[in-house]
Design a protein around this ligand. Structure first.
Ligand code: XUL
Ligand code: CO
Length: 438
């Protein structure tokens, strides 16, 4: 096998004083944090589409990066070259998982039978490459947004034939996920939404999406898929209104349609911020509902209103993310870098610099989040903030043993309550800085 990334060695941990651009400064796979190795806390995954397919094309210009890997694009040789490149890339970085859409793996043919034949061929090849390594699939998904047939949605389409095609793609993508040892299966509803209510039956569309998801669960379980299904919430882009707007909306949907036992959420940082939340907010909402499953690790740009999918370098965000993940007892999924190089970062070295940045950022986040928890000042403050609920009255309310009238009389007797106590935001932010920079 000829080496593709010729000038890139295996990336090793060298520590924070290293100035070697091709070394980890913080990600030390075997370092134990709160009883677990970093590599177990952080099951990183490579996103097939950004890393091996995307060349930097945007609305105004074509590819800047050459992702041909020595083969002619649009051919099965190229599909195989991507597998070779992907495995070399993951091995050199010590990444144990990958995520894929069906059409990331092979060029889509006009006829679904031929596309599926190509998928069988490439997945055999991937299985071969997996042998002798501990690399596996984190999650698979079907691309039900790129092909023009999905212009009005997939599960939410007005066309019953298009719906059947979406179902066929989900079936095949589930087959592939199981074949490649996938931990999860993702639904990202990029076209599941609408532009105007003048032409849309929202209730019917949502019911149809739920029906598709139920069929996916039934089929997945019938072929031995034991992992989690995930919804990946996103408020907009490409659609103006997307049905899985944010974590809370997706959880409501899953509960309403009886899907909450089989589904969890895959939270993407840049989707949460597009919904007007912090990344941490959507993680917390998922976690308190027992639905924090997996993470698409990236970051957006607050100066831009779209999904820029940047590699994460914001250590505050990563720390608050890892704080939620540690409190959640980890993830059933992992950390998929749904992130892409900036268009002018077009060289092969840049692909590695990007992953080193992302992995180091999350390693730092993990180290600092563990320190925040072990430090205890923040948890102690939160506990004390709600201390009045330990009183007799607080207990009664929590046990649902009070009535509105009883509280009315209590309030009348009291005359006026004292102020509820300072929220101490600035103090706590100072504590976080203190821990981050000590
Ligand atoms: C799009 C996005 C997708 C999903 C998988 O914003 O995040 O790449 O992660 O379809
Ligand atoms: Co994503």
């Amino acid at each position: 096998m000829t080496e593709i990334f010729k000038n890139i060695p295996e990336i090793k941990f060298e520590g924070k004083n290293s100035e070697n651009p091709l070394a980890f400064k913080y990600y030390d796979a075997d370092r134990v944090i709160m009883g677990k190795k970093m590599s177990e806390h952080l099951p990183f995954a490579m996103a097939w589409w950004h890393n091996l397919c995307a060349g930097g094309t945007d609305m105004f210009g074509r590819d800047t990066a050459d992702k041909s890997f020595g083969a002619e694009k649009g051919t099965m040789e190229h599909a195989k070259a991507k597998v070779d490149a992907g495995f070399e890339f993951m091995k050199k970085l010590g990444i144990k998982y990958f995520c894929f859409h069906d059409v990331d793996l092979v060029p889509e043919a006009d006829d679904i039978k031929e596309t599926n034949r190509r998928l069988d061929e490439i997945s055999d090849y991937i299985l071969e490459k997996m042998q002798g390594t501990d690399i596996k699939c984190l999650w698979g998904t079907a691309n039900m947004f790129g092909n023009p047939r999905f212009m009005n949605g997939a599960g939410s389409t007005n066309s019953v034939d298009v719906y059947a095609f979406a179902a066929a793609q989900v079936k095949k993508a589930l087959d592939l996920t199981v074949k490649l040892g996938g931990r999860g299966y993702v639904f990202w509803g990029g076209r599941e939404g609408y532009e105007t209510l003048l032409n849309t039956d929202v209730k019917f569309e949502q019911e149809n999406i739920a029906r598709l998801m139920h069929m996916a669960v039934d089929y997945g379980r019938s072929i031995g898929f034991k992992g989690d299904f995930y919804i990946e919430p996103k408020p907009k882009e490409p659609m103006k209104h997307q049905y899985d707007f944010d974590a809370a909306t997706a959880i409501g949907f899953l509960k309403q349609y009886g899907l909450d036992k089989d589904f969890k959420l895959n939270i993407e940082a840049n989707h949460a911020t597009l919904a007007g939340h912090t990344f941490q907010h959507d993680l917390r909402i998922s976690a308190i509902n027992g639905m924090l499953g997996s993470i698409d690790a990236n970051q957006g740009d607050t100066l831009l209103g779209w999904d820029t999918d940047e590699f994460p370098f914001n250590v505050y965000e990563a720390t608050l993310c890892m704080y939620e993940v540690l409190k959640n007892g980890g993830l059933t999924g992992g950390f998929n870098f749904d992130s892409k190089n900036r268009r002018p970062s077009y060289t092969m070295e840049d692909m590695f610099y990007a992953y080193i940045l992302g992995m180091d950022t999350f390693a730092l986040g993990l180290i600092k989040a563990a320190e925040m928890i072990e430090d205890g000042r923040i948890d102690k403050f939160v506990e004390e903030k709600y201390a009045s609920w330990n009183s007799e009255l607080g207990q009664k309310i929590r046990n649902k043993e009070t009535t509105l009238e009883e509280l009315f009389h209590y309030a009348e007797k009291l005359g006026a309550p004292e102020l509820p106590g300072s929220g101490r935001q600035e103090l706590l932010e100072g504590v976080m800085n203190n821990i981050l920079f000590k």
